[in-house]
Structure formats: C-alpha cells, structure tokens
Design a protein around this ligand. Sequence first.
Ligand SMILES: Cc1ncc(COP(=O)(O)O)c(C=O)c1O
Length: 403
Amino acid sequence: MNSELRSDFPILARTLYNKYPLVYLDNAATTQKPRQVVEAMMEEYYNANANVHRGVHFLSQQATDLQEGARETVRRFLNAHSASEIIFTRGTTESINLVASSFGQAFMHEGDEVIISEMEHHSNIVSWQLLRERLGIRLRVIPITDDGHLQMSAYEQLFNERTRIVALTHVSNVLGTINPVCDIIRIAHDHGVPVLIDGAQSTPHMPIDVQAMDCDFFAFSGHKIYGPTGIGVLYGKERWLEQMPPYMGGGEMIKTVSFDRTTFNDLPYKFEAGTPDYVAATGLATALDYVAALGMSRISDYEHALTTYAIQQLSTIEGMRIFGPTEEREAVVSFLVGNIHHLDMGTLLDRLGIAVRTGHHCAEPLMHRLGIEGTVRASFSFYNTRDEVDTLCDGIRRVMRMF
Ligand SMILES: Cc1ncc(COP(=O)(O)O)c(C=O)c1O
C-alpha cells in the first residue's frame, strides 16, 4: 500500500546520523504530514488569510468558508448528525477537559461519580481529578485483565445512582487494546449514563461512525491523523452540548455582551472562544480527505497485517516481553527485552535511525498495574513497511549484543 504513498511524506526520506535511513515508528505520539496538508496550509496563509467570522471583506469570507468547510469534512468523517456538533479544540486533551469542566458544571455535584479505566491516558484521568478538586466528585476505575482487556463484569458493577458519565479510551495508547465501545455505551445507556470516548488512538486507524457507536462525546487530535498540531475535535450530541455552559469566555462565543449580562452564541461557536486556528482546520480537513481517499478500512487491514507481522517477528527475540492482547489489537506494540531499561533501548535504537517512544506513555497508573516503570513502544502507520519491522528487530538484536 505504501511505496508510492511514502513520497507524499518527505521526512520519511531522511537519513539520520549521516548513515541510517529514518525508520519512524512513533506514530502513536504523532504522525508525519503529507505534502498535501502542508501545501493546503501554505496556500491559505499565502492567499486566503484573514480572521474568520468577523469581516465583511472578501478574504474573511473565504477564510470562513474554508473553516466551515473543514467542519463539514469532520462531520462527514465521523458521520455526525450535524456540523453544529463538531467543536474545534486544540486536541484530545482540550476536548476531554472541556467535557469534564462543562459537563461537570452542568450535571455533577459532590459525591457524583465518573467511570474511567485503568488504561487511560493522563488526559482522561487528570481532567476528572481537577473536577474532583472543584466539586468533590469520585473517580471509579474499571480494572483490566493481565492481557490488557477491560474487566466487563467489574464495569457493570461500578454503576450506581451517583454515576453521571463514563469516560473511556477507544484504543489503549500502550497496549493497543481495542475496547468494545459499543457494548460499553449500550450498558451505560441502559443506566441512563452518557459516554465520552477518547478517540485519539482509534481515529487514525479505523472507520469511525459516532452515530452507529451512539457515543455522547468523542474526542480526537489532528496531529495523530496526519494533520497539523494544535487542532483537535470534540464531537458532542446536540442535546448535551446545548445544556452545557461555555468552557471559555471571549470573542465569537457570545451573542450580546453588557457588563450586567452576556448571552451566548449558538452551537458550535459557544465552545469556540477567541480566534480559532482556522488554518489548522484546513490542514486537518485535508488530512481527513487524504486518509478517506485511501480508505479507512484499507488502512486498518494493512496496519493490522503489519502489526501481526511485527508481533510475530518481535516474539522470536530472546527475552522479549510484549504487553497487551495477542489478537485484535491496534497498531501499537509495547515491549521490554530482558533486563534492558526501556530508555537505554530507545536511545540506542535511535542511534540506528529507529524512532520509538520510551517511558510511561502518559499512562502511569497503567504502568503501576503492569508492575513496570515503562516500555519501549513501536507504533505503526500505513506508510510503514515490513522491511522497517525487520530493521527494528535487527536493531533490537544489535542493542542486546551491547549488554
Ligand atoms: C489515548 C490518548 N488520549 C489522549 C491523548 C492526548 O492527545 P493530545 O496530546 O493530542 O491532546 C493521547 C496522546 O498520546 C492518547 O494517546
């Protein structure tokens, strides 16, 4: 799938340390950007730059059309019912914080509960802890099994009359586990509880249909799906968003302002205070069009086959310990080898031109659960190849010989 596509990503042709072709396996942290995305943003800065929703002049109208066109592209990509359910944020983190803060203010009181899981990224833990500081809510945590699945029976038992929301990752950024979000949402809805899905690690790898999933909120980051940094999305069902107070105050989120009283703008602008990163919105829309043209199912099939190959090859290495489910997992493989510290492994692989992530991956509670400090994580994209997986395995063996 990837040979001709790789030329869309100039960075992949780099040689590191004057010697080693770059093998970029840190896609779960951020993906590389195709020329099309960078060029669309350049074109807007060069030829259509003006603040959006403010001017009567030609350029402002053009920039506004691009921004609202981008919103429609996101709507289509997620299969949301309406573009007013698409809020541009700075990324998954801001989207989750928005829900925690705003939903919390509207619907939660001291003693109320949020259900999260043991495999959450810090952004879906700390946001709720901040709300706990503000309101005195409680965090209830779904435990995981040793092979990295949610314990579904424990999940069901966490519900009680104080449960107000479930906030859960779709795909673990460490284990690659694909959570059964449809079941999770159905169970929550049976208890009359809405669900926020953290789609940071699922959106780049599989088709997403928020209506079929029936989630109440869905968050993802542009930079993890071949778009620019600094932009992300919060999808929310209109009926929730309408009842939630604004997250930030400022320009564009108001209808009228006086010193006594302010009335707020309609959705989605109520949640978009200040000048938005409208150029990044264009970049994000271009990235979504790019992957949509490749086909999300095709991307998913290719990456699953590559991940299966990677797990097979990595498993042949002596002392290899791979974390997470053995089957049905996303394109993320976390591992440790013998007694080699993850940081040493990552640093030495880097000297061979191989970019992997090391550490706790912003999931410290999960590390505690696994009884480890951190892992080495290789994460794949459709532009990665089997040759690169082989280079990774050779690199690991080379590092092992140094110890
Ligand atoms: C599962 C998950 N949630 C949330 C985030 C936060 O994303 P961002 O830093 O783009 O806001 C990440 C980033 O790694 C992630 O993997």
